[in-house]
Design a protein around this ligand. Sequence first.
Ligand SMILES: Cc1cc2nc3c(=O)[nH]c(=O)nc-3n(C[C@H](O)[C@H](O)[C@H](O)COP(=O)(O)O)c2cc1C
Length: 383
Amino acid sequence: MNSAARAVNIDDLRRLAKRRLPRVVFDYIDGGSGAEFTMRENCRIFEAVTFRARNAVARMDCRLQTTVVGTPIALPFLLAPVGSSRLFFPRGECVAAAQAGAAGTIYTLSTLSGCALEDVKAAATGPVWYQLYLLGGREAAEGAIVRARDAGYRALVVTIDTAVAGQRERDVRNGGAELVSGNLWRMLPHIPQLLARPRWMLDFLRDGGMMKFPNVVIPGEGVMAYEDVGAALERSTVSWDDMGWIRDAWRGPIVIKGVLSSEDARRALDVGAEAIVVSNHGGRQLDCVSATLRALPEVVEAVGGRSEVLLDGGIRRGSDVVKALCLGARAVLIGRAYAYGLGAAGGAGIARAIEILRSDVVRTLRLLGCLDVAALNRSYVEL
Ligand SMILES: Cc1cc2nc3c(=O)[nH]c(=O)nc-3n(C[C@H](O)[C@H](O)[C@H](O)COP(=O)(O)O)c2cc1C
């Protein structure tokens, strides 16, 4: 039995990931921006919501199925876009897509992935969404959109909270930018942390070493090399005005990710978003914005049922999933919860993360006395 199989909760997987990954990679997953206030608050806020259970509701079966953007899924959570997953485990994005499908849910592929979107689609065993950054400019983005459409991705997730990259202080201290600079002198002081994880190092080299961004093909230049993501994002800011040409190129459902206010929710509706993700990027962008669970009711009210509302940020337990659904989310996205699993043990780690959350949702629903995720509402929680 692998060690991930013995993990009881997501925090166990986090510890295993910390053991297998070099510090710079683990902290890239685990860290947030600034003082990490928002990142901590995303998790902490779930503690401020308590359940109002209905006991002695005897029935064994639980319904976890829901539909997001027209796609039926077996679980009320899906896998969020997590860039550079290939650094966590060989062919990380392909591995994650396969595990999501096996569990009956959706995998969202980040623009900043190390595996080509066609390869991820081929490895996927269920529905996949594509998350868009305008990296490399409009033409490069249009190229990726057409490729994603042709490959059969079901929805385009446009992330709007990355005008510039957040200042992730752990990445700065760990030499994240230096390690991808290609300059040996700059890299040298930070290399020992990689050598301290020989098992990861071997996997990394076997998988081809430093990944590129195969989904960003820059006209006249070719596939974008891995570089400091912060600098790249700064050159690729998306605005509401871009949604017109993005929609024309995509011709399918659009999901707007990074909404925290009624103002942005209305703008997302104006551009015809089929779904909105209440997200602060897992506390990795603007520090001190509100925790997503706190922002959720405002967005749900502004949307008024005209679009689906999803949430991500801080989901570490099944009870967190249930609380978000009670407060109006149709489903949630998980980021670090599965990224820790991938970093800990590849596919087996992701499978364990999903199973931990799934069984916890089932247990929570049965103890709560509400056996269908579609029947959850505010009466089951106290704020
Ligand atoms: C390591 C890492 C990489 C991420 N990369 C992306 C990305 O490429 N695109 C994106 O829209 N969001 C990205 N996110 C944000 C996630 O999609 C999601 O919003 C966040 O992880 C949710 O919070 P949680 O990690 O607490 O579940 C990333 C998050 C992490 C942890």
